[in-house]
Design a protein around this ligand. Structure first.
Ligand code: ATP
Ligand code: MG
Length: 773
């Protein structure tokens, strides 16, 4: 089979038409599970192997790091890793970062910039608010700043805007609030500039600035492909246009029904804007759904159709109807968690080898809902992984070591420096810290310059008058002798580490980090901090895990390859990523990857049978699992009480439901600790919707396993062992219908069976339902 035939294998006619389209601009608009991402991937392969494009000149933007990794795997199977490693494949942020590292000097950007991640940027904002004595909530301020940046409004522009509002006599309270935001925004920008940091928004803003003033940086780009286009924002649209300005070969795929990032300034009208910007756009619609069972699609369809403003479109199943999705009410959130875990254990045993833990996902409207579920999974020893949070990289010891490495890489990283200056303790207290920060602010230099100056005696702080107890005033040093010694020790660690990093030696990055760990005295510090041996071992294991991570980052090819600079485009063969790197470079790359891997994977101990995924719905976009649980489907959770856009919340539920392949479970607790009594989400409460769900009674049974295996396109395992498993895991016969027995172990998830019985009757009648309309 030739290579084109092999890459078109398994695609339907519409998908093939999109992959092989001779139009330079193609847009695929289609519902979930219809193969948009699959089509996009095949088009990348087609551009390379059929049209002869150079992979190093193709930009492929995915929404998450995980999606980039999956696409890389699929493409590697088609084209081989050597070719695929050359692609400019990643999120908008990682691709922008690569352009800035290579060409940032054209816009006077110091290419050694560090990245202020979300928590850095939160702490900067909080400090500025404190320093200026403002009243605004840091989170609100941070979000507003981010929104301004993603809309391209600078601090100066916003200052002018608010000034004009003042003249128009806007509401006094609003004026005051806006003025506070102006002050925080300006202070924040100044701080980033002095520390040579870019935040996530800046990566996009600066990249756009670069391409605006130096469009020749993308002269070599032959094609741009973008997944999940409905969730691009204004700047990303602009970046797409600029990336593709040389050849205008663009493929975008998306689905307006899945736009769920409006709250982050994503603009679904970008889909329509494609037609305005590229009049000869070839639009391809895909119809069949290859992911989910018919019953799941019927329920999902009913949800999305509540939005009457949307053009009618249906989900066409290619699979059998399968099992009805389940909707359950449990007495409390803890019981809900128990029920989920019970169902996980029961079905994995019942399906005897058809499924493993990787096949299950628990999708949450907000990450905070995970605690009880994590606890219950932990109680039963079920391995799980959190997506969309920084669990591993947020651990104290990991963060501490990373902060040291950040400072060694870039001493101007004031936030990292402020966090490690007195950890382990070096007698540098809050008072000293304030003196140092004030001095840095008044001299308009970074904190490092002050620390270095004091340690090397080139900066002397003038003594300040202080009134003693006897009422006399005398002059005292602003920094105590002990604190000065602490600063010297700290300076010494960072300085010698930087010298060592720069040395030419055969040591790897890993050996260097191990050396730094000793230099800091990290083990001793953790020993002092931990009260239990077990805790110490856990923390030390995390440090080792981080070091192993660095090893992977240097031995494995990097996810994001070096961007061939446009000077290198002639001769045409661009340079790929196999250039030997110095340790300075590898460290920076490692830190950059850490900052961008918002979905950092974490390794669990002894997890050979995979992990259950716990994820926010937002981070689950584009992904699929055989079994999906969506807990907490009550009003206030989904739609979220603070959400502004009801339709977006409904789409969120739709996105969550359409992740499921064979089995979907929705549930909610009757009571929760914040609200007291809860009510079923109004997206789900009408009879039209509930008729698609199974509300009571047993869920997956032996006789369902075969059909499930067809939906999953997997071999059906031994039916005998399934029957045996059914015997072990079936609901108890004693009419206590909400009780399950699993391998002899009772796993009940309601404490009052008579209550459960009466609820069952209630659910089965129409009593309690809000009639539609
Ligand atoms: P989403 O909108 O959720 O991102 P999508 O449109 O990108 O979905 P994919 O993830 O590309 O859909 O595909 C969904 C599933 O269907 C995948 O498992 C994919 O392998 C499978 N699939 C896609 N097209 C076909 C096809 N023509 N034949 C068989 N399976 C297919
Ligand atoms: Mg997709």
């Amino acid at each position: 089979m030739d290579s084109v035939a092999s890459m078109l294998e398994g695609l339907n006619a519409a998908q093939k038409a999109a992959v092989t389209s001779q139009s330079s601009v193609v847009q695929v608009l289609a519902p979930p599970g219809s193969g948009k991402t699959k089509t996009l991937t095949a088009r990348v392969a087609y551009l390379i192997s059929h049209l002869g494009m150079h992979p190093g000149n193709i930009i492929v933007c995915t929404f998450t790091v995980k999606a980039a990794r999956e696409m890389r795997e699929r493409l590697t199977a088609l084209l081989g890793s050597e070719t695929v490693n050359k692609l400019l494949l990643g999120t908008f942020h990682s691709i922008s970062r690569r352009f800035l590292v290579t060409y940032g000097r054209h816009i006077q950007l110091n290419e050694k910039f560090g990245i202020a991640d979300t928590s850095d940027s939160k702490s900067i904002v909080t400090r500025i608010i404190k320093r200026l004595g403002l009243t605004i909530d840091p989170k609100t301020a941070r979000n507003r700043i981010s929104t301004f940046k993603s809309k391209g409004t600078t601090a100066e522009q916003y200052a002018e805007e608010t000034a004009s509002k003042v003249q128009k006599r806007a509401n006094a309270e609003t004026v005051l609030r806006n003025q506070e935001i102006v002050a925080v925004y300006s202070g924040y920008e100044e701080h980033l500039r002095v520390s040579n940091l870019l935040d996530y928004d800046d990566l996009l803003v600066k990249c756009r600035e670069l391409l605006r003033s130096h469009p020749s940086c993308v002269d070599h780009i032959q094609a741009v492909l973008i997944d999940e286009f409905q969730d691009t924002n204004h700047i990303q649209f602009d970046l797409m246009r600029r990336f593709s300005s040389a050849r205008k070969v663009v493929t975008t795929v998306g689905d307006p029904d899945q736009s769920i990032y409006g709250w982050r300034s994503a603009d679904v009208t970008n889909l329509k804007k494609m037609k305005e910007n590229f009049p000869d756009l070839h639009v391809v619609n895909l119809e069949e759904n290859y992911r989910s069972s018919g019953a799941i699609l019927l329920a999902a369809q009913e949800i999305i159709e509540q939005d009457q403003s949307r053009p009618a479109k249906s989900l066409m199943p290619t699979h059998a109807l399968g099992l009805s999705p389940v909707l359950r009410k449990l007495p409390r959130a803890s019981k809900e968690a128990q029920w989920i875990v019970c169902e996980l254990k029961r079905t994995i045993a019942l399906t005897a080898g058809l499924l493993n833990w990787d096949d299950y996902a628990i999708l949450l409207r907000s990450a905070a809902l995970s605690r009880l579920i994590e606890k219950e999974l932990g109680n039963h020893g079920i391995p799980y992984r959190m997506v969309g949070g920084h669990r591993f990289f947020d651990r104290y010891e990991v963060r501490l070591l990373l902060d040291y490495l950040r400072v060694i890489d870039l001493p101007g990283h004031t936030d990292a420096l402020a966090r490690v200056l007195n950890t382990p303790a070096r007698q540098i207290g809050d008072g000293t810290m304030k003196v140092l920060l004030d001095e840095a602010a008044s001299r308009q230099v970074s904190l490092w310059v002050i620390v270095r100056g004091i340690a090397q005696d080139s900066i002397k702080l003038t003594p300040k008058p202080k009134r003693s107890e006897d009422g006399k005033t005398k002059m005292v040093e602003q920094i105590s002798k002990q604190a000065k010694r602490g600063l010297e020790t700290f300076f010494n660690i960072i300085h010698t580490s930087r010298v060592k990093l720069d040395e030419t030696s055969d040591d790897s990055l890993v050996q260097f980090i191990e050396w730094v760990v000793k230099k800091i005295g990290l083990l001793k510090h953790l020993k002092e901090k931990c009260t239990e041996e077990e805790e110490l071992q856990g923390r030390w294991a995390n440090v080792e895990e981080l070091i192993a991570n660095a090893e992977e980052a240097v031995t494995k090819e990097y996810e994001d390859e070096r961007i061939p600079s446009h000077e290198e485009q002639d001769p045409p063969e661009p340079v790929d990523g196999s250039v030997p790197r110095s340790r300075v470079e590898t460290l920076r790359k490692f830190l950059g990857n850490v900052a961008l891997s918002t979905e950092a994977e974490q390794k669990e101990d002894g997890a050979s049978t995979g992990h259950v995924t716990i994820s926010t719905i937002h981070a689950a976009k584009g992904l699929e699992w055989p079994f999906v649980f969506i807990p907490a489907v009550y009003d206030g959770s989904i739609p979220h009480s603070r959400a502004e856009d009801n339709d977006e919340e409904r789409r969120l539920l739709y996105v969550a439901m359409t992740r499921a392949q064979a089995m979907l479970y929705l549930s909610y607790p009757d009571k929760n600790s914040q609200q007291g009594a809860t009510t079923l989400s109004h997206f789900l409460s009408s009879r039209n919707i509930t008729q698609h769900f199974s509300i009571a009674g047993p869920t997956v049974k032996t006789e369902d396993v075969h059909e499930m295996s067809l939906i999953l396109r997997r071999e059906c395992p031994n039916v005998k062992s399934i029957a045996a498993a059914q015997e072990r895991t079936r609901p108890r016969e004693d009419k206590k219908f909400l009780k399950y027995s699993y391998n002899g172990e009772d796993m009940e998830y309601t404490d009052d069976d008579s209550e459960a019985e009466s609820k069952k009757r209630k659910w089965n009648s129409t009593e309690g339902f809000v009639p539609p309309g």
